[in-house]
Design a protein around this ligand. Structure first.
Ligand SMILES: Nc1ncnc2c1ncn2[C@@H]1O[C@H](COP(=O)(O)OP(=O)(O)OP(=O)(O)O)[C@@H](O)[C@H]1O
Length: 230
């Protein structure tokens, strides 16, 4: 989860590093051997050990157990972005033209994480302003779904996740998206996260289904059709 968002602890580290830099500035500028990097030059360590006892922090500074529904949803969002990242690599290998959409979605998922990590009940006005989730990404997904669907043959059968590596990886990302949606739903229902986050995830699984079919079609791969076993 370290790459998921800028944590409060990172902000604290930035402050600490700035202080260290100013304390050591005289030494740094007078040092002739620049290959001897100070802690301040290297930046804060990725591990703070503050999570070792099974508790972690929300963006609002609350300490909660790691099995809390907030961290569950954050973990799922992180996994979703990773699944899309892997699918994107397969799609890039095949020269697909929609990979910029996957890039954008991965960035939006960072915003989804920030919104989830900021429970409204403990958030100050500044937190809410900074982590507000807008409706625009939902509209973007709808435009992309409609454009891709126009090129696809109509769906007449149940299809199974298949159709080549790009397509199958996009289907896998779709299923992680649905798990993410399931874990976010109770958080939104309790008023702790923005309802547009849930809408975005709901639309994203439709987008991933559509783009998976599109990838299979563009690569000339057959999708496996469900057949009732005889
Ligand atoms: N297991 C987890 N799953 C999902 N989200 C997590 C998990 N652990 C922490 N988080 C969230 O992700 C942020 C970054 O994770 P990180 O692993 O750096 O936290 P930590 O375990 O509390 O700290 P550290 O790893 O430095 O001891 C945390 O501030 C918290 O909001």
């Amino acid at each position: 989860m370290a790459s998921m968002m800028i944590k409060p602890v990172h902000l604290r580290c930035v402050v600490r590093v700035c202080r260290l830099v100013s304390q050591h500035r005289t030494w740094i500028t007078s040092c002739s051997d620049r290959s001897f990097a100070t802690e301040a030059e290297k930046g804060p360590k990725i591990y703070t050990k503050t999570g070792d006892k099974g508790f972690s922090s929300t963006f609002t500074g609350e300490r909660r157990p790691k099995e809390d529904h907030i961290f569950e949803a954050l973990g799922n969002t992180d996994e979703l972005s990773s699944a899309i990242g892997l699918a994107r690599e397969f799609c890039l290998d095949k020269g697909h033209t929609f990979t910029h959409q996957l890039d954008k979605i991965q960035c939006i998922l960072q915003d989804v994480g920030s919104n989830i990590a900021t429970p409204r009940s403990s958030a100050r006005e500044a937190h809410i302003k900074r982590t507000k989730f807008t409706a625009q990404p939902i509209a973007d997904l709808e435009i992309w779904i409609d454009e891709l669907t126009e090129e696809l043959p109509p769906l007449t059968n149940f299809i199974l996740p298949s159709g080549g590596k790009s397509s199958a990886a996009l289907h896998l990302a779709r299923t992680v998206c649905r798990r993410t949606e399931r874990s976010v739903a109770p958080i939104v229902r309790s008023g702790e996260a923005d309802p547009d986050v849930a809408k975005f995830l709901n639309r994203l699984s439709d987008y991933l289904f559509t783009v998976a079919r599109y990838a299979a079609m563009k690569e000339g791969n057959e999708e496996t059709i469900y057949k009732r076993p005889q």
